[in-house]
Write a protein that binds this ligand. Sequence first.
Ligand code: AMP
Length: 212
Amino acid sequence: MNIVIMGVQGSGKGTQSKMLSERVGIPHISVGDLLRAHIAEGTALGAQAKAFIDKGELVPDSLVIDMVDERLEQDDALSGFILDGFPRNDVQLAAMTRLKPIDHVVLIELDDETAIRRLAHRSECRQCGIIYGANRRPKQDGVCDECGEPLAERSDDQAAEAVRRRMALYHQETAVIADHYERKGLLRRVDGSGGAAEVFEEVLSAIGHPPA
Ligand code: AMP
């Protein structure tokens, strides 16, 4: 099952994608995570991408499209994937249509003010990828429940200006994507305002998967 998951930053799409990945047994492919991994590894792509990410701007399409294409061709993605953070504009949408057929586009809807409040409380474990926030707090402040590593704040979440710029971009560019998939009958809208477990039930139902 090929799934695209969409939602404003802070909507919980990363958390929902991880839960869905475990339930359905297909990989969660987050473009933001792939880019951050390139930065952490010090690749040439990472060096090019970092300046854009820090400013809250989209990384140039050519870089992102090649990176996604390569990832979707890896063995674990051949029987399905949850693609998070792509496509995000017209050019990427056209590329997506060429790359793979999509079965469901899950749009997690949340108003900006709630998303901003959630982002202000967000941290992640770089070791195991768990995202902590309003819906999931670590048992001990600043420490991952699973592996005990110190939690990191995402550097782009710290700058309020970058957050607002990212949200403005999201509304400008991704509304077109949602409209496109709505016309194709593939868009599944989910209310993201509840807790993670509640939203997950809605996500499962939206893709026609039996409930937990
Ligand atoms: P995210 O983890 O989805 O919030 O993405 C973090 C940052 O990575 C974004 O603010 C962009 O700078 C970059 N990014 C993520 N996905 C894309 C994409 N599809 N196209 C271009 N840049 C992206």
